[in-house]
Design a protein around this ligand. Structure first.
Ligand code: NDP
Ligand code: A1CAB
Length: 256
């Protein structure tokens, strides 16, 4: 068990608090907004609006907005024997390092941290307790700093893109006559199951599509529609738009 403070307990920080608590770490949840802490009082070991009280943990997760991340980190006055894990989109390691004496790990996680199913990109490679704690939240991949904008789009923003696709599948079911809850369950579980196969299998995505598409059957008819469409290009454009916004944020916070 490691003591971890999470500063900023909104959507992302709250998910991290829940995931870390579920993994039996000692978690202090800190937010200036008391209402953000209400739901976490039965989950975290402690909740506080006092940043100073949360600043003594060996691992401090910074989950406030990119616009204030540097300022909040500077105010914590962390020591060199502590590690700050910043999840703020677009805030570079060099900006973070210029505002703290603590070791810095920049991470782009996602909301599935709540269930230990996070896909996260980090730089630099974490070690020791930090690596162990992050691994408890899901899959952690070490990348280069200049790949962070792309990772922010792929695995940080990615859940929103997937929710959109789940919603489209669900809507098709409803329009075909399925009960709304049934359509929601079938669509979401199908994404989860397909993702599990993709993770577990040694086969390529094309080989997996082949495995579903029985000769002369139904799947190939749907796949022909997708292959003839611009869905792949549009998804690429969505990733690029999010990636470009991450780079813009870097420029914005770097200018302060
Ligand atoms: N949402 C996501 O899926 C992901 C988000 N991130 C990153 O996580 C960070 C937070 O995003 P998100 O959770 O969506 O945003 P939210 O607005 O949901 O959460 C931010 C929280 O921080 C609080 N806060 C503001 N100032 C302070 C302060 N000085 N000290 C402590 N807490 C403070 C806010 O309170 P108040 O509302 O009163 O301002 C709010 O509760 C961002 O940097 C984002 O880039 C990264 C990956 C995924
Ligand atoms: O939308 C955002 O800016 C944050 C970062 C990645 C996911 N949510």
């Amino acid at each position: 068990m490691v003591h971890v403070s999470v500063i900023g307990c909104g959507h992302m920080g709250g998910a991290l608090v829940r995931g870390l608590s579920a993994a039996n770490h000692r978690v202090t949840a800190c937010d200036v907004d008391e209402s953000a802490l209400e739901d976490l009082s039965g989950v975290a070991d402690g909740t506080t609006t006092d940043l100073e009280a949360a600043a003594s943990a060996p691992i401090v997760v910074l989950a406030v907005g990119p616009d204030i991340a540097g300022e909040v980190l500077a105010g914590l006055g962390l020591d060199p024997d502590q590690t700050v894990v910043s999840v703020a989109a677009g805030v570079s390691t060099s900006v973070l390092e210029s505002t703290t004496d603590a070791a810095v790990v920049r991470m782009m996680p996602n909301l599935a941290a709540e269930y230990g199913e996070m896909a996260a990109a980090v730089t630099p490679e974490p070690t020791g307790d930090v690596a162990a704690v992050l691994a408890d939240l899901g899959t952690v991949v070490t990348i280069e700093e200049d790949q962070m904008d792309l990772a922010t789009a792929i695995n940080g923003s990615g859940p929103a893109f997937v929710f959109y696709l789940i919603g489209a599948m669900q809507q098709a079911g409803i329009e075909g006559g399925l009960d709304s809850d049934d359509a929601a369950a079938l669509a979401a579980q199908t994404f989860k199951g397909a993702a599990e196969i993709a993770l577990q299998s040694d086969e390529s995505v094309d080989e997996l599509i082949d495995a579903v598409a029985t000769e002369g059957g139904t799947t190939i008819e749907g796949m022909e529609v997708l292959w003839d469409s611009d869905v792949e290009d549009v998804l690429g454009e969505a990733v690029t738009a999010a990636e470009e916004r991450s780079a813009e944020i870097t420029a914005e916070v770097g200018e302060e």
